[in-house]
Design a protein around this ligand. Structure first.
Ligand code: PMP
Ligand code: GLN
Length: 391
């Protein structure tokens, strides 16, 4: 029976995520997994201890639906410390099951069927699926390598569409590693104001920036009142399996998202919320140190791939580097290359075409995304294996 035999039509393009497919392939072939973005070393021991202690001390029943007070206060303090944003932790912060649920609940609660969601392509994979669940339509604005710039007229046309409801902005950006500049964010903000659009920001990589500075869109003039800022503890603290995320926004917007969230999961696991609250209170240098360590891994992988002949678009942030495989695998699509790679070299990567509109098969055809959030020895091993690739 086909995998989508029972699946509602609107979800048929989304049967299995590329991350699940590729992680399974890595396991079955014994390959080095540079596909799905998760670190192979856990985050700070002291955070694990907080979670363990919370379980032992009995924080094991439903916490409040909008999140435990410790974490809501920690998120508010984080937004003040890093961005100068003042939030009421009682009404302007909602804890979710990872950023994934925050994105889903936001789109489900804010969009009417037929509304358009303006977003930059390539897009993180859950955006199109969440639009489909909400009955909304992605309105894509293309980012162009090597610097992943966009055409401001294309953005302006998307924002001016009569059905445009909101801009969903991911910066720092997965898969490209782009950090949107203050100037680019100013263009986004001006269009939101001009067309009375809401903005939803996905900032899960806010602390994994190597070059440039992450600017929160909510800090731009006129944006505090129309922006829902989403983040999560998974990437910042190297605990992607804990799935603690949050959204912060003016109270009426948080109330809207809470209406959807309460019927998706109601609440998020209590012990992990406490541990992430503790993490958000760590001194800023700890987070700077994580980013510095990750920058060295970026360099290790990017220098190695460039040495092997790949065209490398060195990321300014995140866990991921994008390459064009054209020089190394002439004529091959990224998809075919990624399917062949585990068998031929014992390495798994992600074909970037999955982050583009499937209606445009040429888009991102020869691009491949590699995760470098791995131990140095693992990255070196992957590079040594890749050296055996021959076209
Ligand atoms: N947004 C982006 C851009 C991501 O890369 C990811 C993957 N971590 C998520 C959202 C989901 O985050 P979480 O694991 O907190 O649900
Ligand atoms: N965000 C991770 C990535 O881009 C994957 C998370 C997931 O598997 N949904 O690799």
């Amino acid at each position: 029976m086909p995998a989508d035999a029972y699946l509602a039509r609107r979800l048929r393009p989304f049967t299995t995520t590329i991350f699940a497919t590729m992680s399974e392939l890595a396991t079955t072939t014994g390959s080095v997994n540079l596909g799905q973005g998760f670190p192979d070393a856990d985050g700070p021991e002291e955070l694990r201890e907080v979670a363990v202690a919370a379980i032992r001390e009995g924080r094991n029943q439903y916490p409040p639906g909008n999140g435990i007070p410790e974490l809501r206060r920690a998120v508010a303090a984080h937004q003040r410390t890093w961005y100068g944003l003042e939030l009421d932790p009682e009404t302007e912060v909602l804890v979710t099951v990872g950023a994934t649920e925050a994105i889903a609940a936001t789109l489900l609660s804010l969009c009417e069927p037929g509304d358009e969601v303006v977003m930059f392509e390539p897009t993180y994979d859950s955006y199109a699926a969440c639009c489909a669940m909400a009955g909304a339509r992605p309105r894509l604005v293309r980012l162009h390598p090597p610097d992943w710039s966009f055409d401001p007229d294309e953005l302006a046309a998307a924002a001016a569409s009569p059905r445009a409801k909101l801009v969903l902005l991911n910066s720092p950006h997965n898969p490209t590693g782009k950090v949107f500049s203050a100037h680019e964010l100013g263009q986004v903000a001006a269009l939101c104001r001009a067309h009375d659009l809401l903005a939803v920001t996905d900032e899960v990589y806010e602390h994994l920036v190597f070059d440039g500075t992450h600017v929160a869109l909510a800090t731009l003039p006129g944006m505090r009142d129309r922006t829902l800022s989403i983040s999560s503890g998974g990437k910042t603290f190297s605990f992607t399996g804990w799935k603690v995320g949050w959204v912060s926004a003016p109270a009426p917007l948080v109330a809207a998202v809470r209406a959807a969230k309460q019927f998706l999961t109601y609440t998020s696991p209590a012990p992990f919320q406490l541990a992430i609250a503790h993490g958000l209170g760590l001194p800023p240098d700890v987070l700077h140190r994580f980013a510095k360590e990750l920058a060295a891994k970026r360099d290790l992988l990017c220098d190695g791939l460039a040495g092997l002949g790949y065209e490398v678009y060195r990321p300014a942030a995140t866990y991921f580097a994008t390459t064009d495989i054209g020089p190394v695998a002439p004529g091959l699509s990224g998809h075919d290359y990624c399917l062949a790679l585990p068998g031929r070299c014992g390495v798994v990567a992600i074909p970037s075409a999955v982050f583009y509109d499937p209606a445009d098969p040429a888009a991102g055809r020869t691009l491949v995304r590699w995760a470098f959030c791995k131990r140095d020895g693992v990255l070196r091993d992957a590079l040594a294996r890749l050296a055996s690739w021959s076209p």
